[in-house]
Design a protein around this ligand. Structure first.
Ligand code: RRO
Length: 306
């Protein structure tokens, strides 16, 4: 039996398979279900200052083989009301990471302080949602804004600060480096890939918001490439996310340079105990290939072809 525990910037996890930010992290009860399903840590849905309903329906389209296009539009109850969900989940013995979004450094810092008060182990800055006006990737595609927001949050809280990046940029490495220089404790890569689908019978966009973010198996190579390039150029840990459905997908991300992984879309196909399933599959792979700890696999692909 391999050692599956990891320590990411001081956050100790029983396994490296985390719940990614998404609709599954909106309530305390659904976070608990992911914990019982075997997650090593939980990331909340992204929470903002005020309650937000999100974009008009339809907000999710499912494709063949498990990929999805969403434009939820950051629905959330607002940071004050979210204290109820946080009070519920922090009683359990599992790291909770508070995902937050705002429109500038001041707003992010205020949200981070609330999350810290609620007892999170870390905050994750959503600088990458692909379809929200003045938020998410509209900030996260500008390295100066990424640095400024990261620094504001670092100055405001003492818990680790992770920055979640968008793949919808020319050079993701320069954005990751800007976050690192501003004090980020980890990079999370990637958020969804901006996309669109059209109903050819109606001649209309399928999503209420017209554009959305693609997730699931279709984007795994995009995520692996991002993690590979980022992790070779920063010293802080990289958490890989995008299209991980099976243990070998997670192993691919470790070998690209990720120290842990996050799962969201796979819950829809494999159920809420997908975390246990993927952890067991990682363990089987490690046993079969003689790896004794996760670290032994991290970044091993770097020494291959140039
Ligand atoms: O809520 C969303 O629509 C959403 C968010 Br906050 C995000 O970061 N990424 C995404 O694909 N959808």
């Amino acid at each position: 039996m391999a050692d599956l525990t990891v320590n990411i910037s001081g956050i100790k996890m029983r396994n490296p398979v985390m719940l990614a930010s998404g609709v599954f992290g909106l309530t305390g009860e659904s976070l608990l279900r992911a914990a019982k399903g075997g997650a090593g840590a939980l990331v909340t849905k992204s929470i903002g200052r005020e309650p937000r309903e999100g974009h008009p329906n339809p907000t999710i389209i499912e494709f063949k083989y498990g990929s999805m296009l969403n434009s939820m539009g950051l629905p959330n109850p607002g940071i004050k009301a979210y204290s109820r969900e946080m009070k519920f989940i922090v009683q359990y013995d599992i790291p909770v990471i508070g995902s937050i979004f705002g429109k500038n450094g001041r707003e992010f810092a205020t949200l981070a302080k609330h999350m810290e008060k609620y007892g999170v182990s870390a905050v994750e800055l959503n600088l990458s949602c692909p379809h929200a006006h003045g938020l998410g990737m509209q900030l996260g595609t500008d390295k100066r804004k990424v640095a400024k927001i990261t620094k504001s949050v670092k100055d405001a809280v003492s818990v680790p600060v992770f920055v979640k990046l968008t793949p919808n940029v020319t050079d993701i490495v320069e954005i990751a480096k800007a976050a690192e220089s501003a004090g980020a404790d980890g990079i999370v890569a990637i958020n969804t890939v901006k996309g669109m689908a059209i109903d050819v019978e109606l001649g209309l966009p399928m999503l209420g918001n017209k554009v959305g973010g693609l997730s699931g198996p279709a984007i795994k190579p995009v995520g692996v490439r991002a993690v590979y390039d980022i992790s070779r150029n920063v010293k802080i840990p990289v958490i890989g996310v995008g299209g991980i459905f099976y243990g070998k997908d997670a192993v691919e991300y470790f070998m690209a340079g990720a120290s842990a992984v996050q799962i969201a879309t796979a819950i829809n196909s494999r159920g809420i105990d997908v975390f246990k399933k993927i952890t067991n599959e990682i363990n089987d792979f490690m046993d079969a290939h003689g790896y004794s700890k996760i670290e032994d696999m991290v970044g091993i692909s770097w020494k291959g072809r140039s």
